[in-house]
Ligand binder design. Structure first.
Ligand code: NAP
Ligand code: ZN
Length: 346
């Protein structure tokens, strides 16, 4: 088993440190990817800080991975050495259940294998993209189109698809009014993608300082949520609201903003269960839903869409020894809009 270099934490509340990691030998359908860039998703932070429960150490996160195929297994047909490749939030699924069969392997009925903090079919703990190399079954590996540079492509593998999937499912497009709540890693990709789909996009954010960015990203309207009175004129306006905020969200503030048959879709992960008064939904057949990343098929569609529209993430590239500091800055909403680790520094 080849040993590669990775960055991870070895104990609760520990800092990131350089580690040795064993990646498996190639199975016939595996590709080995030399990672070029790994994005930092807020989910990495929730996981490492055990906000989502206990984890296995060493914890090597990273599910926004972009790189180049370095070696292919004997049966691989869809990749060759030198291809640009991406890996997102999961690296395996059953491939046979009704959801997988329809391309919704993110909702595999047997549960897919997360890129990190999971146990794979070989009994090994998965380790993510904060490493020099990763070995993945070709069926769970994406083609990154030539039109997108690898650094700005990396965040598309989670932030991009997490926003594209609900925008696609709820048909954001010309004539539709879409609001994105929270202008962070997910939110900024939501604005770009919804605008490229042709929707009229409003950004709802606490951060007045991001006003200038909103227009550049493609938003038609900017509304500060710091003063809740600003939401009142927006009642019965939106066909779709995608909420990217996790902490402290009260969906009852946003449901009244939906027009008849509108939908509020959470991609931010609430920390507590919530209740919703009947009338907020019944007063216009409004829907409240949630969405989790996207399937491999839809992720490829998203990458091709982003290439066709010249979309990539807005990024700040950092070195491996800056990960701890970057985590604190993400929590403080002090990033425009995604940190991406240069894998050459691992
Ligand atoms: P992020 O870059 O930190 O962005 C989150 C944004 O939420 C911030 O920029 C901020 O926007 C707003 N925010 C943060 N704390 C807040 C608070 N206490 N009150 C109100 N607003 C707050 O995070 P991200 O990477 O985009 O991820 C967002 C969430 O989605 C995370 O919890 C992550 O775990 C989750 N996620 C879910 C999926 C899925 O499949 N469903 C996939 C990836 C990530 P403003 O400054 O503009 O207000
Ligand atoms: Zn993520």
């Amino acid at each position: 088993m080849p040993t590669v270099t990775a960055y991870g934490v070895t104990e609760a509340n520990g800092n990131f440190q350089k580690l040795e990691l064993e990646r498996r030998d190639l199975a016939p359908n595996d590709v080995r990817i030399k990672i070029a860039y790994a994005g930092i998703c807020h989910s990495d932070i929730h996981t490492v800080r055990e906000e989502w429960g206990g984890i296995h150490y060493p914890m090597i996160p990273g599910h926004e991975i972009a790189g180049i195929v370095e070696e292919v297994g004997s049966d691989v047909t869809t990749f060759k050495v030198g291809d640009r490749a991406g890996v997102g939030c999961f690296v395996d699924a059953c491939g046979e259940c009704v959801n997988c069969a329809q391309g919704w392997d993110n909702y595999c009925l047997k549960g897919n294998t997360a890129t990190y903090n999971a146990v794979d079919k070989y009994g090994a703990h998965t380790a993510g993209g904060y490493s020099t190399h990763i070995v993945v079954d070709e069926r769970y590996t994406l083609h990154i189109p030539e039109g997108i540079a690898l650094d700005v492509a990396a965040p598309l593998l989670c932030a991009g698809i997490t926003m594209y999937s609900p925008l696609n499912t709820w048909k954001a497009g010309p004539g539709k009014k879409v609001a994105i709540v929270g202008l962070g890693g997910l939110g900024h990709m939501g604005v770009k993608i919804a605008a490229a789909m042709g929707a009229e996009v409003t950004i709802l954010t606490r951060s007045e300082a991001k006003r200038a960015d909103a227009e550049a990203l493609g938003a038609a309207h900017f509304v500060s949520t710091a003063d809740r009175a600003n939401l009142k004129p927006l009642r019965n306006t939106f066909d779709l609201i995608v909420n990217t905020i996790s902490a402290g969200v009260d969906v009852t503030h946003y449901l009244p903003l939906l027009r008849l048959h509108g939908a509020l879709v959470n991609v931010g992960v609430p920390t507590e269960p919530y209740s919703v008064p009947f009338g907020l939904l019944a007063g216009g057949q409004r829907s409240l839903s949630a969405s989790g990343i996207g399937g491999i098929k839809e992720t490829q569609e998203m990458l091709d869409f982003c290439a066709a529209h010249g979309l990539g993430a807005e990024i700040e590239v950092i070195a491996a020894d800056q990960i701890d500091e970057a985590y604190d800055r993400v929590v403080a909403s002090d990033v425009r809009y995604r940190f991406v680790i240069d894998a050459a520094t691992f």
